[in-house]
Design a protein. Structure first.
Length: 328
């Protein structure tokens, strides 16, 4: 898989002890290096991954070319469309045509999409699609000789909330095809407006022309994390990137409202002016965090710190005995 593929694949490989080969990108196009992807295939390769689009830079991998490699080596290709799954199917009708990315390509065996992103449904209703029923059956589990009776389960998660499924279905019916096409039209146009505006600001450059809804930028004149924290202080919630350093915005419906893009671009121009004219280059919190992480050669140390932080969520500072009275 490309280095930009979602960490969920790393997580799954860690759980199931599967060797993962991360394929580097072309530094100019930010697209996966197809030659290196082909070279990484061995007789043990069980799956190839592509993103439509990836999360860091918003790039749709060259899925048509990757499909050809998958067919040539008879390896299933999974397309992770979790981020774009409710945008890319409607982009042609919204006036933003795309190359095929789905089951129209013979190498694509499965796809995933998140209804809770641009499908506007509750979390916990993500979808996986298979090319045929035979592939889908490998997801099912059944046990016939349990004393508790016959047991069958359709997924790893087991039981799922009927409430979430009902809410998801109601959301899909509420928006309908035309509703999603219109939402797609507004979101994609807004992303391209932001990309155009950011690219015209001195000191900033696009990491990639946005294929879908993500616009990613960096700087060749200053530490981009200064801008990240400056915009955060003004109320903008963006995502910090690394390797290379950058930040991105994932455009949603709220950004399509009148005046929002103009405000973002004006705040960006103001922050950049302040950064470029300031004589004091004091590191911000995000600059320190990402700068330190990129300088630590042993990333397992950073991972240990992250796990300690997560562990702290489960701890309490209260040491309560049976005689203590707790007040809120």
């Amino acid at each position: 898989m490309p280095t930009t593929a979602h960490p969920a694949f790393n997580k799954a490989c860690s759980y199931f002890k599967i060797k993962l080969r991360r394929i580097p990108l072309n530094p100019q196009t930010r697209e996966v290096n197809l030659d290196k992807m082909r070279q990484a295939i061995t007789k043990n390769t069980c799956m190839i991954v592509a993103s439509a689009p990836n999360f860091p830079h918003g790039v749709i991998d060259p899925i048509g070319d990757i499909s050809k490699i998958a067919v040539e080596y008879n390896i299933p290709l999974h397309v992770d469309a979790c981020l774009g799954g409710f945008l890319i199917p409607f982009m042609d009708q919204a006036g933003f045509p795309l190359e095929p990315f789905d089951f129209r390509l013979p190498g694509v065996m499965s796809m995933s999409c998140d209804t809770h992103k641009y499908g506007f449904a509750p979390k916990g209703t993500s979808v996986i699609l298979y090319r045929n029923e035979q592939l889908r059956e490998y997801q099912f589990y059944a046990l016939a000789d349990w004393p508790g009776g016959l047991y069958g389960s359709p997924s790893i998660a087991g039981s799922r909330s009927g409430y979430l499924i009902a809410c998801c279905w109601a959301t899909l019916m509420y928006y309908g095809r035309e509703g999603y096409i219109e939402a797609t039209r507004k979101i994609i146009q807004t992303a391209r407006d932001i990309a155009k505006g950011w690219s015209e600001i001195d000191g900033l450059y696009l990491l990639h022309q946005p294929d879908v809804s993500v616009v990613a930028i960096s700087s060749d004149k200053f530490n981009i994390y200064y801008l990240f924290d400056g915009l955060h202080a003004k109320g903008w919630h963006l995502i910090g990137l690394q390797n290379p350093s950058g930040m991105h915005i994932a455009v949603t419906q709220i950004h399509t409202q009148p005046g929002v893009v103009d405000k973002l671009l004006e705040d960006t121009r103001q922050c950049v002016r302040e950064i470029l004219t300031s004589d004091v280059k004091k590191d911000t919190a995000t600059a320190v965090l990402y700068g330190t992480n990129q300088k630590v050669p042993d990333k397992s140390l950073v991972c240990d710190i992250v796990k300690l932080y997560i562990s702290s969520w489960y701890k309490t500072n209260l040491d309560v005995s049976k005689d203590d009275e707790i007040t809120n």
